[in-house]
Design a protein around this ligand. Sequence first.
Ligand SMILES: *Cc1c(COP(=O)(O)O)cnc(C)c1O
Length: 420
Amino acid sequence: MNSEELFNESKKYLPGGVDSPIRAYYPYPFFTSKGEGSKIFDEDGNVYTDYCLGYGPAILGHGHETIIKSIGEQIAIGTTYGTPTEKEIELAKMVIERTPCVEMIRFVNSGTEATMSAIRLARGFTGKNKIVKFEGAYHGCHDYVLIKSGSGGAGRPDSLGIPEDTSKNTLSIPFNNEEALNILIDKHKDEIATIIVEPVMGNIGCLEPKNGFLKLLRNITKENDILLIFDEVITGFRLSYGSAQEYFNVVPDLVTFGKILGGGFPIGAFGGRKDIMDLIAPSGGVYQAGTFNGNPISITGGITTLNELNKSFYTTLNGKGDFLRGQIANSIEDLSLDLNLVGLTSMFQIYFRGGEILDYEGVKKSDIEKFYLYFKTLLKKGVFIPPSQFECCFISNAHTNEDLEKTGNIIHNAFKEIFK
Ligand SMILES: *Cc1c(COP(=O)(O)O)cnc(C)c1O
């Protein structure tokens, strides 16, 4: 069957034909048959240079040799035991060595579980109930974080099925907005357990913190007995050797990881200061558990991946990011387009609007229809990016200079076609 037929078939059995909403786009998504390095192949005989990379995890590209080997060896001796293994200590030590804020860590199965557990831990530690997130930030799909903007007040849920009693505990404010932050903290500081933030907002494109905003968050939380959580599910092991907290030189109390950490296998993790982490069961009273926690396959994927991600890896990878962004910037200038190219290291996005963008409201003013046209045009020419203005594009070390140069040309031609 081709992708269209598969989608029609899939819709009979899976809600909306997919297992995660972003995967369904009009008129039907391509179905993947395999991946190889920087490329993925669909069921219709097309091949794409992949800048989605599973929404971030595949930093080594698809089908990486050392991962195939190490995972094969682990599978042969078992895929889950329900007992501790030495490999969990090994990966824990690797993360602790790299990450400024992490003294202890708990491995779970997804980014959603990681933020859910870190938030519970922050509540348990501070004895307070409310949490603060930023408008447009995505921290997974559990009840406390699926909350829309509430202009400094309690948010409205983004989904049916979330009780108001839950959502009233989540406050949200615009990113990069010092004034809104000060007002909120003044009013609610005695109730706020934690501020959770994506250091670079990767779920509304690729939005960087304004100079000093993360430092401001660090100071204001410290002064008010509030824990600061960096949600590094995207930025973790992506922005640098020591993740965003090293890149921006701001050390949070807790961090959440996912995506890259599993080397392509399901994983999540949260970690931080020992005195806080000691509160997690069984050493403390904040409950957290999981049948597949510390799963040997995911842990092996993580160890193998982090072994590849040494400091020089990032120099090379970030060079690829600079190269592609440079090409896109030249195109935008040559064609005098009113577009906003954003990104850093191996992340990038193009906002289909001009001018500076600071927050979610700013991103929402982008021309979504033009973006979709751009997405479809790239797809036709063999370049796959996430099908939304609100997602981020990623580069892997499997992307060759030739890949990037070709992609630069394809984007240039797509611009010419869209803006003719
Ligand atoms: C993807 C993501 C999550 C959720 O992770 P899952 O593994 O999909 O549950 C949480 N936070 C951020 C910043 C993410 O990008």
